[in-house]
Design a protein around this ligand. Sequence first.
Ligand SMILES: Nc1ncnc2c1ncn2[C@@H]1O[C@H](COP(=O)(O)OP(=O)(O)OP(=O)(O)O)[C@@H](O)[C@H]1O
Length: 637
Amino acid sequence: MLPAQTGPDLRRARQRYLAHGEAPPADLVGAMLSRSWQRCLAAGLAPVGRLPSPLQLDASQVARASDRQSELVAHARPVMEYLYGQTRDSGSMVILADDRGVLLQTLGDMDFLSRAERVALMQGASWHENQRGTNAIGTAIAECAPIAIHGAEHFLERNGFLTCAAAPVMAPTGRLLGVLDISGEQRCRHPHTFGLVRAAAQMIENRLFEARHGDAIRLRFHPLPEGISTVAEGVLALTEDGCCSGANRAGLALLGLVPADLGLTPVTQVFQIRVADLVAWGRQHPGEAMPVLRHNGQRVFLRVELAHGARRIVAAEPARSTPPQDAFTRLDSGDAALQTAISKARRVLGKPIALLLQGESGVGKELFAKACHESGPRQARPFVAVNCATLPENLIEAELFGYLPGAFSGARKEGCPGRIRAAHGGTLFLDEIGDMPLAQQARLLRVLQEHEVVPVGGSTPVPVDFVLICATHRNLKQDMEAGRFRADLYYRINGLTLMLPPLRERSDFAALTARVLHELSPEQPRYLDDRVAAAFARYHWPGNLRQLVNALRTACALMGDDEHTLSWDHLPDDLLDELHSQPTPLPSPHPPENLHALSNAAILRTITCCEGNMSEAARRLGISRNTLYRRMKGMPN
Ligand SMILES: Nc1ncnc2c1ncn2[C@@H]1O[C@H](COP(=O)(O)OP(=O)(O)OP(=O)(O)O)[C@@H](O)[C@H]1O
């Protein structure tokens, strides 16, 4: 008896095997065979002697069984003929069985067919495991996995002259439809037969997928761009509202989904991208793949196919479910806090409500203010931004409120209308309002109350009409309580306060980075090396988006035209130092107590920083790899 093998390694090996169509590892085959033999014994079969009358359907029953699986039969036939062409004269046959193991169709060499008939390898016979013992068709059904069974691995001795390779064929819903098999004489066994039958089964699955989902939005994806359009690609079909309605086997395995997830899982739960963005990519870049992150941070390349039906659906979609496509769309890559701010801002657009944007330096307050302006009814009028922190105190008054000719020494002789009047009809954005001196705060308040501005050196007020957006990284409420900011102005500018989140708290970091990279390098797909992405995600980004965008811009400039992966080599030195020196949690919950423990902790921290890359960790620690391994061996568990 073969030993039963289980355990997480074997489960992982099985997943890899099913996902990528690789040849199964020996352990896995051993485990499948072992389970099969145990099932045969439990079903009361004996390796020798008479069989307890196995099932054999007559012609009309075979016709009914074929009708039941008409879609499978129709799509399998051309693939079987192709396979037969490949294996002709090799003393073998190509078989299609249904999900119960009943042989629906056979194509093969006459010599072998007559020999096969003696063991009932013919149309109408059932090769279910509990009828014929361990065999490729029956065991592939029982295990729902491809398998090859050679000679004496068959449970029944009488089948020992056979060599058989079979692969299940699944519907796009994940349901088992049947099995494709190539059987021949053991002495004519060919090493490529198993690979051929697995690829052919996948071909049938792909044909079934196209037939069922040809009118849907389809996503083709793979961890490598070259993997798309190969038999290893994952394929997902989406309903019009972005729900995953079908997937091929590789797709399910690559995404860690099970068939029961289909029909229930929105694509936004699988990839960090919105349906509207997928569709936009499919429209604008037909046939091109883009890098997209899964929610576990793993990157895949994805091609979007919009069939004609889907194009119609999608064209109608924005009116029903997608948010408006305005200037905010570019800022929204999925973070919930930012989305809340955007939806509140959208609701007050065009209304006389002053916005106060709060958030750390570089979180994108000015960009947000611009998006408010460009999404609102005043978008054709001016957007005027004034940074109150960078204007010298003696100029701020003249700059904001304007001045008459000769108002003060050094003034332009023709005078100046000032920034507030320049914003007439549009939006005035006062950045760093918290840094405005108290005297100017009083003048600004008057402008906001009277809707008119009196230029420096003049006495005649000029009417002005603008939407006010202010921003600050300071805590204005505290400043007001401490007397540094006027309370009346605070309440005037604070019609609605919106808090923009710092980068380190954003949940859409990966999608945001991918989007910025795409904007910086629209022609050339670029993505972060996995270790850089992990270090970026851990870093605290004190300069927020300004720092991230600058780092990515520099990195893109340093990358060669044919380079796609942004690695450590492309990052500026100061950021590299920061990334490498950031503290990472120690694996041990106890603080190190002595020198030896301290050095162990340093080693572990460096290995974590290097994402387990031992050569890199050894280089950074200044020791050889051998020393590093020796030190690791000596560490307590
Ligand atoms: N969503 C975004 N996508 C791409 N670039 C962005 C985004 N948000 C901000 N940036 C970039 O980050 C930089 C800082 O943005 P912005 O000036 O709007 O931030 P801020 O919060 O107003 O900064 P500060 O408080 O220092 O004035 C700008 O170069 C801007 O182009």
